[in-house]
Design a protein around this ligand. Structure first.
Ligand code: ADP
Ligand code: MG
Length: 337
């Protein structure tokens, strides 16, 4: 059974339509002025033990923060579910806690509890708490017909970093270790041009940038009511907005922002980039009258905010993708758990 069928059939009834659950159809639950979200990371699915504690912990907390970003909430606290086995030695533990610490320092949140278990396969879980201001929250079900569809940053880097074969894998790993050290201990590793690109793309995989500030600003300035973060894939996550908002999304492939490295490596395989996931950028809906204000916000934040399409009225709550006005048949939308 697919993830969403399973949730709808077996778990949604347990919410008894409590408002806090937000229909099990949003990035966060909400209790009073707290936004809450949970993520579980499993060995060999979300991480390899060879990634090491620093990268695993960084990605875990950063991707969970991204759910808060998608709701426009401000990070406060988190609880940690931790598994241990013979691989979680002192070095792993020290790296893991250093990874969490660096993200805490960057985003101003603190650990307040958790649980620790023994397990052959490693898995880690975080429950994160954020503050909702003025009872305003970005929701998946708030897109309106005519709203423009925006995406932050660029799409596909993490997928390419993860899937592109390096000519010098050891040097790529070393180059990444550079990001795992305290700034004063960093050494730059030089390798070939392609491997340098892969290392850059892999930083986007291990150290995604949760768009907390963007979520907060969109609410503060009344520029959007609707957002989602891209975890499963641009197409898959935009489809979640369509279903929740009962609306169709039309987007143009040529407008989607890809990094220069991504364009170089992916060539014509752009569909992989928009179904690959792990971008942790925000997709958000904007009333056309606010277009100029969005451009100003992009400038203010030094962050690309790109319009990639528009929501239209339809009885089909789907994403339509166009390449130079030609509709592209979609066989896959994103990663399914
Ligand atoms: P995200 O990718 O943003 O973390 P998910 O796709 O994992 O969100 O989940 C979508 C919605 O389903 C969320 O509201 C989440 O709380 C809910 N959900 C997912 N798994 C479960 C579960 N096992 N029990 C209850 N709710 C769940
Ligand atoms: Mg999410």
């Amino acid at each position: 059974m697919k993830e969403f069928q399973l949730i709808t059939k077996f778990f949604k009834p347990l919410t008894r339509n409590q408002k806090a659950a937000r229909g099990l159809a949003d990035d966060v639950a909400q209790i009073a002025d707290l936004a809450i979200s949970k993520d579980v990371f499993v060995e060999d699915v979300h991480f390899l033990k060879s990634d090491g504690g620093f990268k695993i912990a960084s990605k875990l907390l950063r991707s969970n923060l991204s759910d808060l970003a998608a709701s426009g909430a401000t990070p406060l606290y988190y609880m940690l579910g931790f598994s241990k086995n013979k691989n979680t030695d002192e070095k792993f533990l020290s790296d893991f806690s250093r990874g969490l610490e660096s993200v805490q320092n960057e985003f101003g949140l603190y650990l307040i509890g958790g649980d620790t278990v023994q397990s052959d396969k490693l898995f880690f879980s975080i429950t994160i708490f954020g503050k909702v201001k003025n009872n305003k929250i970005l929701a998946r079900n708030a897109a309106k017909v005519g709203d423009l569809i925006y995406v932050s940053g660029n799409i596909g880097d993490a997928f390419l970093g993860r899937t592109t074969k390096a000519c010098h894998p050891v040097l790529v790993t070393k180059s990444l270790e550079h990001y795992c050290r305290k700034p004063r201990n960093r050494r730059k590793v030089t390798t070939c041009g392609k491997c340098e690109m892969i290392a850059r793309l892999l930083t986007r995989h291990f150290f995604p940038e949760p768009r907390i500030k963007l979520g907060e600003k969109l609410l503060e300035k009344n520029l959007s009511k609707c957002a989602i973060d891209v975890s499963d894939g641009l197409l898959a996550d935009l489809t979640h907005i369509c279903k929740a908002s009962k609306i169709k999304a039309k987007i143009q492939l040529e407008k989607i922002p890809f990094s220069p490295e991504a364009k170089k490596i992916a060539g014509k395989n752009l569909l992989d980039l928009i179904t690959g996931g792990d971008d942790y950028e925000l997709i958000f809906a904007v009333d056309p009258k606010n277009q100029k204000k969005i451009s100003a916000l992009a400038k203010e934040m030094g962050l690309d905010l790109t319009q990639i399409g528009q929501f239209t009225s339809s009885t089909k709550f789907v994403v339509e993708l166009y390449d130079q006005n030609k509709k592209i048949k979609l066989t896959k939308l994103g990663y399914e758990h």
